[in-house]
Design a binder for this molecule. Structure first.
Ligand SMILES: Cc1ncc(COP(=O)(O)O)c(C=O)c1O
Length: 367
């Protein structure tokens, strides 16, 4: 295909493979999360205080000056959403406008320019549309990673005046190798009592790349203990539960779902928000409240908390089998299996995302 122009986006992928190679196995349970990148990307540059036209084209490596601000001061934010194949063969996104808004919330905090919502949404829609053949069948999906980086070369500590916004897409199955896609499964979770993730007044409620680099050491240590995720407490010594390294967290306590409130130090997950709205329609009571870890642990041990799960775009809903503490003890949640409420929410959310059941919320957006 030659260069075409659609709205404010140029499309030019002459010669690029928009069909996956025959030897690439796109079955969801054969895909390691985050490993396979489809051939096209969407990119747009910000220069001279304005956004230039965006392009869909074969992705290329990025040439950066060694003094580029992103390399030194981590001026980098990103988003994560998915495209799903619906039963009639069409393709849909899930609440993409929420990602556009959250991206700009992150951008403001990191002194970056807004990515115009139209550019964000049109870019993603066009990119996904050009690579429909890369979307795995259910229970798989196409993971979409919009990213914004400060590219200006300057070693002075200040915001960049030039930016690159790009979107890549990756066919994906389950986030956790321990669980099959299309089922909830359970994982062991390490509780980080001494290493924090986000400080008050910091950037915990943004998707800044730097929020993730500070978790890598403890994630690596947790993996050595056989835990797939880390749950962080607040960093100001109150020992309240915040969230996981890349997911929000819910607990079923005495029949009511509870999750920490958005205090500014944790991410406003779109899955979290969706579950807060969806649960009551399924007869599940839900509450945002401050959760003291020591009390919660006592409730896990007594069985009053009998289900717990992590949730996010990548992980969907993943049950928590047990919590592993820094002192090496382990507290099993319920019988360690995924409980009925977790299952119910998982099925209801997935059925909306995959167009299997009606979407009374208007969350599903056709591509
Ligand atoms: C730190 C963190 N918390 C929570 C989430 C869940 O957010 P969402 O449901 O929007 O994917 C994510 C994933 O984006 C995350 O990185």
């Amino acid at each position: 295909m030659g260069a075409i122009t659609e709205s404010n986006i140029d499309i030019d992928f002459a010669g690029a493979a928009t069909t996956p190679p025959v030897d690439l196995d796109l079955r969801p349970d054969h895909l390691e999360f985050g490993r396979v990148t489809a051939p096209l990307w969407f990119r747009a540059r910000y220069r001279n205080a304005a956004w230039e036209r965006g392009r869909v084209e074969p992705w290329s490596t990025i040439n950066l000056h060694p003094a580029a601000i992103v390399l030194h001061y981590a001026q980098c934010i990103f988003e994560g959403l998915k495209a799903y194949k619906l039963p009639d063969g069409s393709v849909a996104l899930f609440r993409p406008e929420m990602n556009a808004r959250r991206m700009n919330h992150s951008a403001a905090r990191m002194a970056m320019p807004d990515v115009p919502e139209q550019l964000f949404l049109d870019g993603i829609r066009t990119l996904v549309d050009c690579q429909r053949k890369w979307i795995p069948d259910p229970p798989g999906s196409l993971y979409i990673r919009p990213t914004l980086i400060g590219t200006e070369p300057c070693i002075g500590v200040r915001a960049s005046s030039e930016y690159l916004f790009f979107v890549i897409v990756l066919p994906s199955g389950s986030y956790f190798p321990q669980t099959l896609s299309g089922s909830t499964g359970t994982v062991r979770v390490f509780v980080s009592e001494s290493v924090g993730r986000a400080a008050r007044g910091g950037t915990g409620d943004t998707k800044a790349g730097a929020n993730y680099s500070v978790t890598l050491q403890v994630i690596a240590a947790a993996k050595k203990k056989g835990c797939a995720q880390v749950m962080f407490l607040d960093s100001h010594g109150e020992r309240t539960v915040e969230e996981m390294g890349g997911m929000n967290v819910f607990f079923l306590r005495g029949g009511t779902l509870v999750t920490p409130p958005l205090t500014g130090t944790l991410l406003a997950g779109i899955t979290r928000d969706s579950l807060l709205k969806l649960a009551p329609t399924l007869g599940v009571k839900v509450r945002e409240e401050r959760i003291a870890w020591d009390e919660l642990l006592a409730h896990v041990k007594s069985g009053r908390v009998n289900e717990a799960f992590a949730c996010g775009t990548a992980a969907v809903i993943t049950g928590i089998e047990s919590f592993v503490l820094e002192n090496g003890t382990e507290a099993k949640v319920g019988d360690g299996q995924c409980g009925p409420v977790t299952h119910k929410l998982f099925d209801a959310l997935r059925n909306i995302q995959y167009g299997v059941s009606k979407d009374p919320f208007g969350w599903v957006v056709p591509v």
